[in-house]
Write a protein that binds this ligand. Structure first.
Ligand SMILES: [Ca+2]
Length: 103
C-alpha cells in the first residue's frame, strides 16, 4: 500500500518538473547589472518581421530575456523573426540578449 502511494507521488513530482521546464518563457525581471552589461542595440541582428507573432507587442525571439518577452512558449522558428517587437522592447530597456538559440 505504502509503495503504491510513493510511486504516485513521484509521478506527480516528475510531471510538475516537466511542466515547469516546458513553460520557461524567458519572461523575468532584469537586474540593473544585467541592463548595464547589455550589448549596444546597433550590434544586434534583430532579423525580420516574418514570424507568426511579429508586431504583436511582445518579443517572441528566444535569444532574449526580460519582462517584454511573450508569456507564451518560445518557438525555435521565431528566432530572428520578430524584429520590430524585440528591437522596440530592447530600446526601452525591457530585454537583454542571452543568445540561447535552440532548446
Ligand atoms: Ca512578437
Amino acid at each position: 500500500m505504502g509503495g503504491k502511494f510513493m510511486i504516485r507521488c513521484s509521478a506527480i513530482v516528475l510531471s510538475l518538473i516537466v511542466v515547469s521546464a516546458c513553460s520557461d518563457t524567458n519572461r523575468s525581471a532584469l537586474s540593473e547589472a544585467e541592463l548595464k552589461a547589455r550589448a549596444d542595440i546597433a550590434s544586434i541582428d534583430f532579423g525580420a518581421d516574418d514570424g507568426d507573432f511579429a508586431n504583436d507587442g511582445e518579443c517572441d525571439d528566444s535569444r532574449f530575456r526580460g519582462p517584454a518577452m511573450t508569456s507564451t512558449p518560445l518557438l525555435e522558428e521565431d528566432v530572428l523573426q520578430d524584429a520590430s517587437d524585440c528591437q522596440k522592447a530592447y530600446s526601452e530597456g525591457k530585454l537583454v540578449l542571452v543568445e540561447a538559440e535552440g532548446f
